[in-house]
Design a binder for this molecule. Structure first.
Ligand code: SER
Length: 312
């Protein structure tokens, strides 16, 4: 069967890169982008786009039937920092949109579903270094609670109804095409823009708050990789740990200074540092590597050089 793919949240940080990559692999017309707001120009001009509020299940079904969709990549979410400001809205958006896609898959309208989890699904009593695949999970944010609950629902729909849903726990994602919005890890993107423009950045995390991070090309590779893996290789149906590198703000600033020697970093720590302190510092992703052959291409230094080159 030839695949027809729907991407929910195509205007966001991940969606922007993912749609381009999927279109280059499956063909422009085979990938329908959707969001409540317009996507990037490249996406709007290269293939089909539908305005779709992911909380609206009827509209989702309409778009799926109109285009004969077989697979959905669900990338809609209110991220950690914003969801702390709007807890109920964050819960509603994150959970309702997931349920619509799970139910559509259960009812046979789509045959494969991707839904991302996050390092935010872990919590303050989770072991913070080399966090294992299976461990204590006690998220302390609304976003994290929605991710952990979502993981369990995905696993439930897989076991109970045979839904082919696949998931990755993304670390903080760094990219240059679109800026992230409302996350705790956003500083690691923002810093590049400010370093080039102002040669300085005021950071809201403490200099030694380390987090696991990944460059977007690797995140896209993993996302498409797990979706294209044979079903029997995807043995974990909650969500897979995934990792590339970890750093704290001070270390990142040091790497940027190798390219921009006059770059200065100051600190004005806010509530997001507390969120970050409840998340892992590094991740053990050996199961993803063993089960479906995950391997990252970019290390920290490659990422820094590539970000600066592309943003210039
Ligand atoms: N990057 C996200 C955030 O900071 C976590 O998945 O909210």
């Amino acid at each position: 069967m030839s695949e027809k793919i729907l991407v929910l949240g195509a205007s966001g940080q991940i969606g922007t890169d993912l749609v381009e990559q999927l279109r280059s692999g499956y063909g422009n017309d085979a990938v329908v982008a959707s969001d409540i707001k317009d996507a990037s120009r490249a996406i709007m001009e290269s293939g089909p786009f539908e305005v779709l509020d992911a909380k609206d299940g009827n509209r989702m079904l309409e778009v799926i039937q109109k285009h004969g969709i077989t697979q959905v990549y669900h990338l809609v979410a209110m991220l950690s920092a914003t969801a702390e400001k709007f807890p109920e809205k964050g819960w509603e958006l994150n959970m309702e949109s997931l349920f619509h896609t799970l139910k559509l898959a259960k009812d046979g309208y789509i045959h494969k579903l991707y839904w991302p989890s996050s390092i935010a699904a872990f919590g303050p009593t989770t072991p913070r270094t080399e966090t294992p695949q299976f461990t204590v999970m006690d998220p302390g944010t609304v976003y994290g609670i929605s991710k952990l609950s979502g993981e369990l629902w995905c696993d439930y729909y897989h076991k109970k109804y045979g839904v082919d849903v696949r998931s990755i726990r993304y670390p903080g994602l760094i990219s240059y095409k679109t800026e992230p919005g409302g996350g705790t890890t956003d500083y690691a993107v923002d810093i590049f823009h400010k370093a080039l423009k102002d040669k300085r950045y005021e950071c809201y995390l403490a200099e030694d708050t380390a987090l696991p991070m990944m460059y977007m090309p690797d995140a896209i590779k993993a996302t498409i990789g797990i979706m294209e893996a044979p079903a029997e290789e995807v043995k974990i149906r909650t969500s897979y740990n995934l990792s590339a590198f970890s750093f704290d703000p001070k270390t990142l600033a040091g790497h940027i200074r190798k390219h921009i020697p006059e770059f200065e970093m100051t600190y004005h720590i806010d509530h997001r540092n507390d969120i970050a302190l409840g998340w892992p510092q590094s991740i053990d992703d050996s199961r993803a590597r063993e089960d479906w052959g995950w391997k990252n291409d970019y290390g920290l230094e490659d990422m820094v050089s590539d970000m600066l080159k592309n943003l210039k």
